[in-house]
Structures are given as C-alpha cells and as structure tokens.
Design a protein around this ligand. Sequence first.
Ligand code: MN
Length: 259
Amino acid sequence: MSLITDLLTGISSGRIELIDLTAPLTEKTPVLALPEPYKNAQPFELELISRFDENGPGWYWNNIHTGEHTGTHVDAPNHWITGRDGLDVSEIPLNALFAPAVVLDVTERANKDPDFLLQISDVEEWQAANGPLPRGGWLLYRTGWGSRAHNAEDFANADDTGPHTPGVSAECAKWLAEETELAGFGVETVGTDAGQATALDPIFPCHHYLLGAGKIGLTQLQNLDRLPATGIALAVLPLPIVGGSGSPARVVALVENKE
Ligand code: MN
C-alpha cells in the first residue's frame, strides 16, 4: 500500500482522528482590543449579497469583512517590526504549515493565576518528560483558555488594569525563538502574548522574538484538551493573502486513536 493509502485508511477506519482546533467565525468572535491611540480591527461580519431574492434568485452568498487577525489565525513574521523583512502570510512554506506538534499544558496554573507566564524551566521540564520539541514543528501552549471562548468577557478577563490572560515570559520567548527549531507557537488566547504583555520588556515578547526569528504565531485554538502531549500532525491553513500579515486559518490536528 502507498503511504497516502495508509493515511486515508487510518482516517476512514478511525485509527487516525481529525480534531478541529478552529474557533467558529461569527460576529461574536473575540478580537484583540488595543488601547487608545491605536487602531483596532473590525469584528468579523457577513454582508448579504443575495439569498434567493431579486439580487440573486437562485443563489445565496455573502461578502465577508474581517481583519487578518480575527478568530483562529496565523501571525506571519512580517506582522511585527522585528520581522518586517520576513515572510508574508502567502509566503509561509507548506512544510511549516503541515508539521509535527506537541502540547505543553499549564491549565492548572493558569486557572490559579490568569497572568501566568511560561518560563524556560517549564519547557525544559516538559522536554525531560516528553522528549525534544519537534524540529520544524509547533509548540501548542495549552492554558485552558479555549473553554472561555464562547464568552467574550471571560475570554478577555479584563479589569481596569487591562486583560489578564496567560502568556510567555520575555526570557522564555527569546529562548523559544533563538534556541529551538520550532516553526511556530500556538495558543488558545486572543494573541500569542499575555494580556499584560505591555508590562514586559520588550513589550509583546512572543511577537518580538518569535516573529523576529521568522517563526509563525497561531492563536485562538480550541480543543487542545483533546490532544496528546506528543505525536500530533498539525495542518494550519491560512489564506494566501499576498503581502498579508496574517490570516484566519483552519487548523486541524491528526492524532492516533489508541482506544
Ligand atoms: Mn495576530
């Protein structure tokens, strides 16, 4: 049998499970809210063209209005000033977008401390237990935030000091960017950085270091609780927007069903 047949047989038999990590796109999909004086993206919106009416008697279709960074989406290297000469979203190679992935789970600690920041020692401990991070692959950072996605208020978890959501320390972001061969870093939160990342040095360290190193960001993932720690094939499928800094993406994990 060919490898493709093996793969397809695995899927049709249920031995390989397809798990959708994508948040549905609706007008309620949470978007990042930057403080004044910065400009924000518009929420996702469907604009009706026709629906079996005088504008199109036999067909239904819409225009979509969306930011590049809405819902489950990719941050291309050129999204950040440190990566401004890097790849745009249409240029990201397919072998970075279909690649191995692993999950590092800090849900318990993020539940206790919504401002939890991942440290280098956490990743080293994970590696001691699970093996090396996948070369050319993805580290998916599970914080439990995906379970809040249906409620914009819980998801943003903001008070008068701004949003409180977990992220990565500046030291760890620099280390992930410079000392690993990861293709990208994926999170459940609205962005790859912590809610309080403007208080870090540099501000937004995940964006700063990872995109500066040509790596890819991936946000608003769901269903990470259904994934094992290792042994995942990840398909990340952003639109090839020429010159774009990111794109909503469909993200699907392939995992072996051992039951
Ligand atoms: Mn983004």
